[in-house]
Design a protein around this ligand. Structure first.
Ligand code: LER
Ligand code: MN
Length: 272
C-alpha cells in the first residue's frame, strides 16, 4: 500500500477536510514527512497549472494519489442529482476537466458529496439523475484512462449512499468498469455494520481508501480498530492508496506527522 495525505489550494473553504493548504507548500511538507503522495482536493480544475504541479511533484518525488471534488459541492453547490440543466452542464464540464487533469496525475477522480442529496425527493428520480450524469462522466473518463471513485459518506453530511452496501448496489446499476468505490473508514465507523466484514463483502469495488480515526483526527488518535482494517485490506488483496483525510488537530504539522508515525510504526509491513 501507499500513503497519501489530502491537501487543498490556499483558497479552500475553512471546513475543507485537509491538513495542509497551498499546493506547493503542502507537497514540500508531505515529502518531508515521508508520504508517498498527495490527494488534491480541488474546487476548480484551474487552481493549479500542470507544469507547476509536475515540477513540484518531481522535485519532491511524490505522486498525486487522486483528485477529490468535495469542494465542488461545498463551495459551488454543484452535484450529480441536481435537476437544473445549467447546473448539470457546469458540473459535467468541471468533472471532464478534473478527468483530463487526472489523466496526467493519479488517474482517479472522487465523487463524495458531489453526488448530491435526496432532500425529500423521490429516490427513483434521484437515482435516474445520478445514473445519467455517472454514465456521461464515465464515458469521458474511459477515453482518458481514468477511474471514478464513489465515496459512501455518513448521514450527517448527506442522505444518499451512506454505506458500502448501498454504494455497491448503485455501482451495479452504473455498471461501468471504471466507476468504482472509495471507502472512508471515518464514515464506515458511523454507517457500516462491521468495518472489516463490509470491506470483504464489497471487495470487488474497493479502489481507494480514506483514513481517519473515529474523531476524524490522525490515525491512532481515536478508538478505531486499525488491526481490523489492515487485516481486511490484506484479506481482499488491497495494494492501493491509503489517504489521510483528517482534521488539522492539534495543528496541521502535528496531525500529518502523527499519521505517518503511527501508520509506519504500527503497520509498516503493509507499506513495503
Ligand atoms: C466528506 O466527509 C468526505 O469524506 C470527502 O472525502 C467527500 O466529500
Ligand atoms: Mn473521505
Amino acid at each position: 500500500m501507499k500513503l497519501s495525505v489530502a491537501i487543498a489550494g490556499q483558497e479552500a473553504m475553512p471546513n475543507a477536510f485537509v491538513v495542509f493548504r497551498g499546493v506547493k507548500e503542502s507537497i514540500i511538507k508531505a515529502h518531508a514527512l515521508g508520504y508517498d503522495g498527495v490527494e488534491l482536493a480541488l474546487k476548480r480544475p484551474d487552481e493549479v497549472t500542470r507544469t507547476e504541479l509536475a515540477q513540484w511533484l518531481g522535485e519532491n518525488h511524490l505522486e498525486v494519489s487522486a483528485i477529490s471534488s468535495g469542494q465542488v459541492f461545498a463551495a459551488r453547490n454543484l452535484y450529480f442529482t441536481d435537476e437544473n440543466t445549467e447546473h448539470r452542464a457546469e458540473l459535467y464540464k468541471t468533472f471532464c476537466d478534473f478527468i483530463d487533469l487526472a489523466s496526467e496525475f493519479g488517474s482517479l477522480v472522487n465523487i463524495g458529496r458531489t453526488r448530491g442529496p435526496i432532500a425529500g425527493r423521490d429516490q427513483a428520480l434521484v437515482e435516474r439523475l445520478f445514473l445519467d450524469m455517472a454514465h456521461k462522466v464515465a464515458d469521458h473518463a474511459e477515453k482518458r484512462g481514468v477511474d471514478l471513485i464513489l465515496e459512501p459518506v455518513n448521514r450527517y453530511e448527506i442522505d444518499f449512499i451512506n454505506n458500502l452496501d448501498e454504494c455497491a448496489a448503485l455501482l451495479k446499476k452504473v455498471n461501468r468498469r471504471n466507476f468504482v468505490m472509495m471507502p472512508d473508514v471515518f464514515h464506515m465507523n458511523i454507517e457500516d455494520d462491521r468495518i472489516g466484514e463490509s470491506f470483504i463483502r464489497n471487495k470487488e469495488y474497493v479502489r481507494y481508501v480514506h483514513f481517519a480515526d473515529t474523531n476524524r483526527h490522525a490515525p491512532g488518535d481515536g478508538h478505531m480498530n486499525w488491526d481490523e482494517i489492515f487485516h481486511a485490506l490484506e484479506e481482499i488483496g488491497y495494494t492501493g492508496w491509503t489517504t489521510a483525510e483528517i482534521l488539522p488537530y492539534p495543528d496541521p504539522d502535528t496531525a500529518a506527522k502523527r499519521t505517518v508515525d503511527f501508520l509506519r510504526e504500527t503497520y509498516g509491513s503493509f507499506y513495503r
